[in-house]
Ligand binder design. Structure first.
Ligand code: SAH
Length: 247
């Protein structure tokens, strides 16, 4: 944890903050914080800064935060991600938050197992906890907005254009026999990119057609088939770099 993420409800009327639970244990046992130490903190959805430890002990930390700095810039990248197996999702959610992705749509697809919808990983509180881990890692405070959609076609046909109305570039990652990323038009420095990433079994042809009908362009990173948890950070990184090269 490189930043202690505070919630509005942690604050007392005098502007100090009291933490218990996971964050208090982390401050004591991992950061080995003591009274008068200064820790890096951020307010969920707000600014970052430092906090003086006023007291620590009895499972509680009492802090005096000063929040005066903007969190890091956003990636200007959004993801349409077919729901991966829960074990992969547990890795992908913190990574997506760490990378500064703005919107994440977790969508059903033909090769997504139906049982994934019963997984506790998709519960809003669980998602938020995994995003918090990624934010704390990256010293960010702004989580991606997450949507979970159980029906692929209605989402793509009826909702996608509204959710991603400001996106200039829609790219579909598909491993086999497609063009490499540089074959697609280069995004301008401030243009948003939406990446569609398939499930472990890949996109089926019908899904590729439906997304292409919505303006997605298909590209490949080459013949190595990557796991979803590997593909996500690599694709976000490649998209960001490709845009940067055009600046
Ligand atoms: N057997 C599947 C592999 C899916 S891997 C198939 O052949 O399609 C899961 C997802 O990660 C893919 O749907 C794609 O979006 C992304 N991905 C993995 N490796 C990739 C590569 N080499 N190029 C582009 N996308 C890739």
């Amino acid at each position: 944890m490189n930043l202690l993420l505070l919630r509005a409800e942690d604050f007392l009327p005098d502007g100090t903050a009291r933490l218990r639970g996971r964050r208090a244990v982390h401050a004591k046992e991992v950061l080995r914080a003591q009274a008068k130490d200064v820790l890096r903190v951020g307010l969920w959805g707000g600014q970052v800064g430092t906090a003086e430890v006023l007291s620590i002990g009895g499972g509680e930390v009492h802090l005096r935060p000063t929040l005066d700095t903007a969190p890091p810039d956003r990636a200007h990248i959004d993801l349409l991600l077919a729901i991966p197996r829960p074990k992969a999702l547990k890795k992908v959610l913190p990574a997506v938050a760490s990378l500064g992705v703005d919107r994440l749509v977790l969508v059903n697809a033909a090769r997504v197992e139906k049982s994934y919808f019963d997984s506790k990983v998709l519960a809003p509180a669980f998602i938020e906890e995994l995003l918090a881990l990624g934010l704390e890692q990256a010293r960010d405070t702004v989580p991606p907005k997450v949507f979970v959609r159980e029906r692929f076609r209605p989402f793509v046909e009826d909702e996608l254009a509204g959710v991603f109305g400001d996106v200039a570039h829609r790219w579909l990652a598909h491993p086999v026999g497609e063009k490499p990323l540089p074959a697609l038009p280069r995004p301008g420095p401030t243009e948003r990119i939406l990446l569609a990433i398939g499930p472990e079994g890949g996109w089926v042809p019908f899904e590729v057609q439906l997304l292409e009908a919505q303006g997605f362009r298909t590209f490949s990173l080459g013949p190595r088939i990557l796991r979803v948890e590997t593909a996500v950070p690599l694709l976000v990184g490649q998209a960001a770099l490709y845009r940067q090269l055009s600046a």
